[in-house]
Design a protein around this ligand. Structure first.
Ligand code: FMN
Length: 307
């Protein structure tokens, strides 16, 4: 049995394997050291970093749903400066790509965080979160308006030299329009999808379960929706795609690769099994080897569609 080549090129970003962890579901990575060696992953995406620390939304901000969860964390994070001084030096000891997920309430805030990260040693790429449904300022406002999305992408492109990933929202009428806007603004890579807006109701109290009424739905429940959007975006733009949404094992990941994603992120599954992402790495390697598929790269976009 030949060992498959797990390396993948995403434009300017090279990964030793195509499995990353998704922003907000893997802390700053270090929290997972008791469970596995981070160097087994292709990379990790940090919790969304803003110029200053944020407390996020008040509880209740998580609800379990059938096959997933609703969250309204509200971008709680330690702020970019603490990340750079306290977390990044420790993360750099591991052999994986560190992708900084970035969030701002204004364009100026996005630029500020991008500039700081760009100067830091050990950040491989920036992922712009323009698609968070759980905050009042910024977030989806940028991601849902193609002109604003193109503008914020261009501003961040000019503010940093790192590969730029733009993370798209599924909460739009036609994701191909926002995908094209992000590419026109200078995105090197697109990642998708962020969470879907949803709500849960406490029928005894007759109140929304979440303090902020709605939240972002993630987990296996959204996987078919995410695969569909990945395939649509792959048909539309020429930049590499990172797919995500409800991936729990290698078979889920394979759907995204065939649909056109060059890499995938594992999110909500980390809450179920802290080593979920590394299980996908091992499972994928076995899946390819069992079928004599020489490399991950060779299956990207290889969906056969009836004509
Ligand atoms: C608790 C939680 C927090 C999240 N925080 C962020 C965030 O800070 N930035 C971001 O871009 N996406 C964030 N996301 C979205 C995930 O990165 C991912 O796009 C989404 O959950 C879909 O993947 P999954 O179904 O595998 O979880 C968060 C998701 C969850 C569940």
């Amino acid at each position: 049995m030949v060992k498959p080549d797990m390396t993948i090129e995403l434009g300017p970003l090279r990964l030793k394997n195509p499995i990353l962890t998704a922003s907000g579901t893997f802390g700053y990575g270090l929290e997972f050291l008791p469970y596995f060696d981070l160097s087994r992953l292709g990379g990790l995406c940090t919790k969304g970093l803003s110029p200053r620390p944020r407390l996020g939304n008040p509880p209740a901000r998580i609800v379990e749903t059938p096959s997933g969860m609703l969250n309204t964390i509200g971008l709680q994070n330690i702020g970019v400066d603490t990340f750079l001084s306290d977390r990044l030096p420790k993360l750099r000891e591991y052999d994986l790509e560190i992708i900084a997920n970035v969030f701002g309430e204004t364009e100026a805030e996005y630029i500020e965080v991008c500039r700081k990260l760009s100067k830091a040693e050990g950040v491989a790429a920036i992922e712009l979160n323009v698609s968070c449904p759980n905050v009042e300022e910024g977030g989806m406002i940028f991601g849902n308006d193609p002109a604003a999305l193109q503008q914020v992408t261009r501003a961040c492109r000019e503010a940093c030299d790192l590969p730029l990933i733009v993370k798209l929202s599924p909460n739009v009428t036609d994701i191909r329009v926002t995908a094209e806007a992000a590419v026109a603004g200078g995105a090197d890579i697109l990642s998708l999808i962020n969470t879907y807006v949803g709500m849960a109701i406490d029928i005894e109290r007759r109140k929304p379960v979440l303090t902020k009424i709605s939240g972002g739905l993630s987990g296996p429940a959204i996987r078919p929706l995410a695969v569909w959007l990945t395939w649509q975006v792959a048909q539309t733009v020429d930049v590499p795609i990172i797919g995500m949404g409800g991936i729990t094992d290698e078979r889920d990941a394979m759907e995204f690769f065939l649909a056109g994603a060059s890499a995938v992120q594992v999110g909500t599954s980390n809450f179920v099994h802290p080593d979920a992402a590394v299980r996908v790495v091992d499972g994928l390697e076995r899946f390819l080897a069992d079928r004599n598929i020489p490399s991950v790269q060779s299956i990207v976009g290889r969906l056969e569609v009836p004509r």
